[in-house]
Design a protein around this ligand. Structure first.
Ligand SMILES: [Zn+2]
Length: 258
């Protein structure tokens, strides 16, 4: 533990914010860092200003309000133990602004395939034409459920470090823009493949054209909550913009006599 801390300190000593001169805090593997003192966002390796639009979505909930939302969630839904809200204790509650790349993509696919659900099977053609604001989480190792999460883009404003709560953490990006675009492309192709397979049973030919538009770097607020129930710990991820539970662990209900 001490070792890691020392390593981090030595990096911090070497690199300073190129805007205000304050020590820049980041961890190994991070590529883009936001200064916690002046909000300047820069590329760590070069110290140059980050050239993309940097937006964020505001957190709308206080720590107290989060407790209420968690209790409401615990009380709702039929799969939860009846005493969950009453018998649980919230032991951790962290607000983290997660980094995302938001890639706007126009994706057009055309495909040919065999429709086998009728006899005789027929050759069928189809098109998928879509526009996406595709979200790529800019962290390599993360258990954040990106698929279950929709960034409330209506609330997107230019990044302003003064609006970041003192107790919140802003995570830096570990993924470069080009890598994020590649990931978005791959994921969209997989999705279109899946969609085509709903329409035909066997794909014979598939072509997808992807046109990449603007790419925005975005921080969005998520609350990472740990609660204790009957001696076990469970986790909840809550969207700080909408208050919705993105994912929550539920203790398994034991039936019969306990
Ligand atoms: Zn600074």
């Amino acid at each position: 533990m001490l070792n890691v801390w020392c390593q981090n300190m030595s990096i911090v000593d070497e690199i300073r914010c190129s805007n205000c001169g304050a020590p820049l805090q980041f961890s190994p593997g991070e590529l883009v860092a936001t200064c916690r003192y002046c909000g300047f966002t820069q590329v760590i390796q070069t110290g140059e200003a980050f050239e993309f639009e940097h937006s964020f979505v505001l957190n709308e909930y206080s720590q107290e309000k989060i407790d209420e939302l968690v209790r409401d969630w615990m009380r709702g839904g039929f799969l939860k133990p009846g005493d969950l809200a009453k018998s649980s204790k919230i032991v951790e509650k962290n607000l983290i602004y997660l980094p995302f790349w938001l890639v706007s993509v126009a994706a057009n696919s055309s495909y040919k395939g065999i429709f086998e659900r009728i006899t005789p099977p027929v050759l069928k053609e189809g098109k998928i034409e879509k526009k996406y604001n595709w979200l790529v989480l800019a962290r390599k190792a993360s258990d954040f459920p990106t698929r279950e999460y929709e960034v409330p883009l209506e609330g997107k404003v230019p990044f302003d470090f003064r609006k970041v709560e003192g107790f919140a953490k802003v995570l830096n990006s570990e993924i470069e823009k080009d890598e994020a675009i590649d990931m978005a492309k791959q994921q969209i192709e997989t999705l279109h493949d899946f969609l085509a397979k709903q329409d035909v049973d066997k794909i014979v030919e598939m072509k997808t054209d992807l046109e990449i538009g603007d790419t925005v770097y975005l921080h969005a607020p998520a609350w990472f909550i740990v609660y204790e129930y009957k001696g076990e710990r469970y986790r909840i991820v809550l969207d700080g913009a909408t208050g919705a539970v993105v994912k929550g662990d539920i203790p398994s209900t034991k039936f019969g006599l306990v």
